[in-house]
Design a protein around this ligand. Structure first.
Ligand code: CP3
Length: 347
């Protein structure tokens, strides 16, 4: 029964004695077994597009840790690639893409429903996982939110301040708006297909939402998220959706209500006490331990984990980090975090 899964119960608004736990980037370079499988695949993208190996790395953290969820192993930049952008990863640096900075560049991209053939290995990974996961583990699918994906497509790489995307949005709003609309519609297609393949929850990563403010936040973070959630709810009314407008600050307030999200994921720039009073009042929240504790461990980790569990204990909460775990993390600290969450909750 899906409703027996702790994550599904929290997403339905239930306050649990012990919050369910999973971790962003739980399959990743801090695990030697991940690095071995990636080497077997050849490189990161080959791993993403190999359903057997992507299934294997998704399951690896669950063999070490008693997490309540598995997150599909893929990347938010596979969707732009499916739309026709070139994509490659430079070791030690990160992603590189062909850029979209003009109407002519935009015109070369494919349409929203053209993405499925390219993404079919990802759907196969989801089907594999749906068949292999333990009965208590929730399978989470995901995509990038349009603004965040657009920042990479416009700059052709990650940027500290998203300046190329802001420049396009101000100087060529018609090109920028068309790109956001295409990404919004393609994301609906992509997430809907993940749900059809067996994803029980989907999450939208808007990692750079914090660089938008005022009207721009409403137009490019809130509105596309709302359109995606509305369309997914019409097609899949029983699939909960987690929205992560990272570093949204005060814009976290009311975000769930405005977008229809079942849960808002919080980064660690907001305090848990503030978020309990201002965000959790509207429903489930996820977060928000700083990922540096997975490197530093010890008393700081324990105290901060306890404070977060306590702050969110009066409402629905899924315990997670505030951002992805980093490659220099020590897996022993992950176990310490899990033990601390469960001991604090039962104390
Ligand atoms: O959380 C998970 O374990 C699921 C898989 C997942 C990955 N990326 C795997 C990955 C998810 C959900 C993502 C999301 C993602 N990808 C985001 C949004 C979340 C965030 O971190 O803000 C973004 C912005 C990307 C784009 C991306 N992918 C960047 C900027 C990088 C390079 C930085 C880095 O950490 O190396 C990636 C690579 C990437 N995506 C790796 C993994 C495991 C590392 C690649 C490797 O193994 O070398």
């Amino acid at each position: 029964m899906a409703e027996q899964k702790k994550i599904m119960r929290a997403l339905a608004g239930e306050t649990l004695d012990t919050p369910p736990i999973w971790m962003m980037r739980q399959a990743g370079r801090y695990l030697p077994e991940y690095k071995a499988t990636r080497a077997q695949a050849g490189d990161f993208l080959s791993l993403c597009y190999n359903p057997d190996l992507a299934t294997e790395v998704t399951l690896q953290p669950l063999r070490r840790f008693d997490f309540d969820a598995a997150i599909l192993f893929a990347d938010i930049l596979l969707l732009p690639q499916a739309l026709g952008a070139d994509l490659w990863f430079v070791t030690g640096e990160g992603p590189r893409l062909s850029t979209v900075t003009s109407a002519a560049d935009f015109a070369k991209l494919k349409g929203p429903s053209d993405v499925h053939e390219h993404l079919s290995p990802i759907y196969q990974t989801v089907r594999n996982l749906a068949g292999e996961l333990p009965k208590t583990t929730t399978l989470i699918g995901f995509a990038g939110a349009p603004w965040t994906v657009a920042t990479y497509m416009i700059a052709g790489q990650g940027t500290p301040d998203q300046a190329p995307a802001h420049k396009l949005r101000i100087e060529q709003p018609e090109v920028f708006d068309a790109l956001i609309e295409l990404l919004t519609d393609a994301t609906i297609e992509y997430l809907s297909a993940q749900i059809d393949a067996g994803a029980e929850v989907v999450k939208l990563f808007d990692s750079w939402a914090g660089s938008l403010s005022g009207d721009a936040f409403n137009k490019y973070a809130l509105a596309p998220t709302t359109k995606i959630i509305t369309a997914l709810k019409a097609r899949h009314p029983n699939t909960p959706i987690i929205a992560f407008p990272r570093e949204a600050g005060d814009n976290y307030i009311g975000f769930a209500k405005a977008t229809g999200a079942d849960c808002v994921a919080l980064d660690n720039s907001v305090s848990a006490d503030w978020a309990a009073a201002n965000v959790q009042v509207d429903g489930c929240v996820q977060g928000n331990l700083a990922s540096r504790h997975m490197v530093t461990g010890g008393k700081d980790l324990v105290e901060e984990t306890r404070a977060i569990v306590k702050a969110f204990s009066k409402g629905p909460h899924i315990f997670n980090l505030g951002h992805g775990i980093t490659p220099d993390a020590n897996p022993d600290n992950v176990q310490l975090m899990i033990d601390t969450v469960r001991e604090t909750a039962s104390a």
